[in-house]
Ligand binder design. Structure first.
Ligand SMILES: Nc1ncnc2c1ncn2[C@@H]1O[C@H](COP(=O)(O)OP(=O)(O)O)[C@@H](O)[C@H]1O
Ligand SMILES: [Mg+2]
Length: 258
């Protein structure tokens, strides 16, 4: 796939910590880790599309710069690859065990969707974590930190990522739209924010889907793509019903379902 064909969520994934929107307190602490060349094991918890994976990768990039080489200095695994205990006993253990290159203080293992790992797999992970801490620090990414077994939790510093607020989402969507020469009608932007519910990945995906339909995005396109009913439509149907115009109300509802 050429770079131009990448999905926009990947194309516009922030590469630097400073480009990550909203999570200021977390970003500040991650930068301090980089400066100190020292960090504890981490848990990044929070809703989807808030910058957890992005921040982990940006931190690794800033920490290692040119030495950011998969398998040598860092490894990113999705827990669905690593759910089985075997992967932890072999692949992850081998990575954690091998000493980092001479000029590198420690390696980093990023484990996405860590809350999907079974308890025995997490126990195995805990042992690896403990045994090879000197060589390898872990960043466990999850939606809910309480799905991580307590002995791992107690070995990690937990960072909680918050949903992006409307203004931050808007500015990010506007930025991507501008880069891609998409015009956003004000109603279109608001609609994207509404259907995305604080999830930046979703917002950018909707923008891209709508962009394939039209270079000018209004509210109607967004709700159609999202398969949702515009709130105004619902209000109209209810109002006509309340006013006693039942035939009209039923017709509007029929049109909607068609
Ligand atoms: N805080 C953020 N700042 C800027 N872009 C973001 C942010 N959060 C998510 N995104 C966008 O959404 C995409 C998915 O983000 P990601 O970090 O993978 O989310 P998750 O929290 O689910 O790991 C990124 O590629 C980026 O385009
Ligand atoms: Mg993620």
């Amino acid at each position: 796939m050429s770079i131009e064909n990448r999905p926009w969520v990947e194309k516009y994934r922030p590469r630097l910590l400073d480009e990550v929107v909203n999570q200021l307190g977390i970003i500040r602490r991650l930068k301090q880790f980089i400066k100190d060349k020292s960090m504890p094991h981490l848990i990044f918890a929070g809703p989807a599309g808030t910058g957890k994976t992005t921040s982990a990768l940006a931190m690794v990039r800033e920490l290692y710069k040119r030495e950011m080489v998969v398998n040598r200095t860092y490894l990113e695994l999705n827990a669905s690859d690593a759910r089985g205990i075997d992967v932890i006993r072999t692949y992850i253990k081998d990575f954690a065990k091998a000493r980092p290159p001479a000029n590198i203080p420690f390696k980093v293992l990023i484990l996405d969707e860590a809350d999907n790992m079974t308890a025995p797999a997490q126990q195995a992970l805990r042992r690896t974590m403990e045994k090879y801490t000197k060589n390898c620090r872990m960043v466990l990414i999850c939606n809910y930190s309480n799905k991580i077994i307590p002995p791992i939790q107690s070995r990690c510093v937990v960072f909680r990522f918050a949903s992006l607020n409307d203004n931050d989402l808007k500015s990010r969507v506007r930025f991507v739209a501008k880069q891609e020469n998409i015009t956003l009608a004000p109603g279109g932007l608001n609609a994207i924010i509404e259907v995305s519910r604080g999830d930046c990945r979703r917002a950018i995906n909707y923008l891209q889907s709508c962009g394939t339909i039209s270079k000018k995005i209004d509210q109607e396109i967004v709700f159609r793509v999202a398969g949702e009913v515009p709130p105004d439509k619902i209000k109209e149907i209810l109002n006509t019903a309340i006013e006693g115009q039942l035939q009209l109300s039923i017709k509007l509802l029929d049109d909607l379902i068609k």
